[in-house]
Design a protein around this ligand. Structure first.
Ligand SMILES: [Zn+2]
Ligand SMILES: [Zn+2]
Length: 174
């Protein structure tokens, strides 16, 4: 959804909708069901304030066991929207809260990209299907949440593996 910035007045507009996020806008995960968006856009001088809430779910891949799992998104946001031109002209000095400033191009506010960005921010760096995910067995590759393969779970000491590589190389050239 695209909204021309000039349509946003001091009184503002409020939207309540269900939308499907564009898959390519997500840095992590897959689109599952539409997300619910409640957003209020109102003008405050040059700035447009965008406040609201996103709720819904996406599918992530566990960083330990590589299985897909549903991840619920619940994000409240309070953003300042500014035309990107103010950046290049240097007219507006960014304040301390520049993290919450979003720039829009060509006078158009892209609601899809705003929502996708907020979802991307809620996704953890190393997603886990559950906090105690046991991951994949380094010996046989089994998903240890499902199978108890009985292999030693110990992660090899990196110092020893370097020594092992060294010994292997030495063997190879000898
Ligand atoms: Zn997992
Ligand atoms: Zn195993």
């Amino acid at each position: 959804m695209l909204i021309p910035a000039e349509e946003i007045t001091y009184k503002g507009i409020e939207l309540n909708l269900s939308m499907v996020v564009n898959q390519y806008m997500l840095t992590e995960g897959k689109v599952d069901l539409p997300v619910n968006l409640r957003i209020k856009l109102s003008r405050k001088g040059e700035k447009i304030k965008a406040t609201g809430e996103i709720s819904g779910g996406i599918i992530l891949i566990c960083s330990r066991c590589a299985e897909e799992f549903p991840f619920s998104v619940n994000s409240n946001f309070d953003l300042d929207l500014l035309p990107v031109e103010t950046l290049t002209s240097g007219e507006v000095a960014l304040e301390d809260d520049e993290m919450d400033t979003v720039f829009y191009e060509k006078g158009i506010i892209n609601i899809d990209s705003l929502v996708a960005t907020q979802i991307n921010l809620t996704v953890p760096m190393k997603p886990l299907c559950r906090p105690d995910c046991r991951g994949i067995c380094p010996v046989c590759g089994a998903n240890r949440n499902k199978v108890d393969c009985g292999h030693e779970a110990k992660i090899p000491d990196p110092r020893f593996s370097r020594l092992k590589i060294f010994l292997e190389v030495k063997d190879g050239t000898a």
